[in-house]
Design a protein around this ligand. Structure first.
Ligand code: MEV
Length: 295
């Protein structure tokens, strides 16, 4: 049985969303595919490695199998992962692999899970691996579409072209989330105020996104990036890349955990075309379809 699930970009609100603030998030038209077949032993194949249950090399798939076993016993399974979502890049590849594996396991072993069950299990898997998480990534990967989190309000950002620029450094979500947690422990009143400011950006951005008011979207992107920098999840290379993009007419910010990974950027069609030619960059669009069985 083959299932697929989309990656995502956080347009506004990463990190603050872990502390109950708003985030604006959309699924993107890049998917992860999980091919699952009953077998005599457990085997996980991906571009990273071929392993048995391995919580080091395949943490998300291994925890997904382990948690699925409490719904349906598994003596053996062969899982092949093929993903079009760059890994460790802030684009939700971990959630997409977890959600697609759970959906394909459910179909192959006829466990009768709903998409809400799949989301709940994927959320627990995310906590198993990361320790602290908002559940945003597994939610978007399960349901697709564009949303205001945490209230699950749909927003209309179809046909929005989002430029993705690869910082060419990998991003480890758990490390960045714990870095922010430590800063918050030391300066709670300051960091909470920064989260509140990020919250206001997420809320203010919706109207601009729905109207495609790129001048206001760029303002929101700029301010959000300054705040992300202030909570120490940017770095010198990212700051330089953002300055260079700004000179080329693109306003950009980190998307996802930061410390590396990808940036999202907005600008005129000419500026986007030039960045696509001259940077490690690609364009994505919002994706409506969440997790699904491939036929
Ligand atoms: C990761 O894609 C987004 C973070 O806000 C963490 C989370 O929401 O779990 C950094």
């Amino acid at each position: 049985m083959i299932a697929s699930a989309p990656g995502k970009v956080i347009l506004f609100g990463e990190h603050a969303v872990v502390y109950g603030r708003h985030a604006v998030v959309t699924a993107i038209n890049r998917r992860c595919y999980a091919d699952v077949k009953k077998s005599s032993e457990i085997r996980i194949r991906s571009s990273i490695a071929t392993t048995e249950l391995d919580f080091d090399k395949h943490p998300y798939v291994s925890f997904a199998i382990k948690r699925f076993m409490s719904f349906s016993p598994i003596s053996g399974v062969e899982i092949k992962i093929r993903s079009k979502i760059p890994v460790s890049s802030g684009l939700g590849s971990s959630a997409a692999v977890t959600v697609s594996v759970l959906k394909a396991l459910d179909a192959e072993f006829e466990a009768g899970l709903t998409n809400e069950d799949i989301y709940e299990i994927a959320r627990k898997v995310e906590l198993d691996v990361q320790g602290r998480a908002s559940g945003t990534d597994p939610f978007i990967s399960t349901y697709g579409g564009s949303w205001l989190i945490p209230e699950r309000k749909k927003i209309g950002v179809d046909n929005l072209r989002i430029l993705i620029i690869d910082s060419q450094q990998s991003s480890v979500t758990s490390e960045m989330v714990s870095k922010v947690a430590k800063l918050r422990e030391r300066y709670p009143e300051i960091i909470e105020d920064i989260f509140d400011a990020i919250d206001s950006i997420s809320l203010r951005s919706i109207d601009s996104l729905e109207k495609k008011d790129f001048s206001k979207i760029s303002d929101m992107v700029f301010i959000n990036q300054c705040l992300l920098r202030s909570i120490s999840i940017s770095n010198e290379r990212i700051d330089e890349l953002i300055s260079r993009l700004s000179r080329d007419g693109i306003t950009a910010k980190i998307t996802g955990a930061g410390g590396g990974g990808c940036l999202i950027g907005f600008g005129s069609d000419e500026a986007i075309a030039s960045v696509l030619d001259n940077y490690p960059a690609f364009a994505v669009e919002p994706e409506l379809e969440g997790v699904k069985i491939e036929h």
